[in-house]
Design a protein around this ligand. Sequence first.
Ligand SMILES: Cc1cc2nc3c(=O)[nH]c(=O)nc-3n(C[C@H](O)[C@H](O)[C@H](O)COP(=O)(O)O)c2cc1C
Length: 278
Amino acid sequence: MPADAAPAGIARGLWVFSRPNNDPAKILAVGITLCLVCSVLVAGAAVLLKPQQDRNQALAIRKEIVGVAGFQADSAQQVEQLFQQHIETRIVDLDSGNYAEDIDPATYDSHAAARNPATSSALASDQDPAKIKRRPDYAPAYLVRDGERIKTIILPVYGYGLWSTLYGFLALAGDGKTITGLTFYEHGETPGLGDFIKSPAWQARFHGKLAFDEHGKLRLAVIKGRVDPASPEASYEVDGVSGATLTSRGVNNLLRYWLGDQGFGPYLKRLQAEGGKT
Ligand SMILES: Cc1cc2nc3c(=O)[nH]c(=O)nc-3n(C[C@H](O)[C@H](O)[C@H](O)COP(=O)(O)O)c2cc1C
């Protein structure tokens, strides 16, 4: 066999690396090998880091829930402690407003359920102001109790703003009517415009507002412009943000959706009737 003749099989694969650096076959082989090694490393890292990412995501959600419930947590450990000690997770059947005792809150994922036609229902466009397309049959409610009575109810809320789906939590007092907090933890609205939804000062404007009137009618509204304190509607209305009216409208739509008949409306009506004892 001549000195530079190519051997066969695996030896041929390795032989190519012994060729001079400017040999096109070696350049190609080195490039392909590098790509393969890098893709194995990236895929391996993604698989290995997934459990940690899931834990971090769950912790971030718990931090929001604990925060909107009114607790102050300065570390991950404190978030976990406060969540375990004070937050009771219940799964709500959105149609009936009753608790679903047979679903384990520790493993139930309402966002995954909303993607599955077997565990969700499609919304007609006139039923879907929040533009979520499908509604899960069951959704979690997070409760803080004061003895037997419910002190705070924290509800997951989401819906479309201008560019993106906004994800947050709305907190209500045990009367099922009075808003005690609102937070958004994920959105893709424009920095400096639609991202006002993360502003604590704007979120604070919801504190003490009433979602429903004395007849149980849904009244909460994020309005365009400023609320007139002298208006009879003032206790139900929250200022929109000028220059970001489309995101403000998205917040209005998603809150009204989740407080309404297709969302947690039946559950909140039950709480209102039972005086926060359920
Ligand atoms: C690049 C760009 C990004 C924008 N991002 C947002 C946004 O995130 N949220 C929003 O409500 N409006 C956003 N706007 C403005 C809207 O198009 C619209 O003009 C505004 O919501 C109307 O508010 P106004 O009626 O109070 O003026 C953006 C506009 C531009 C040009």
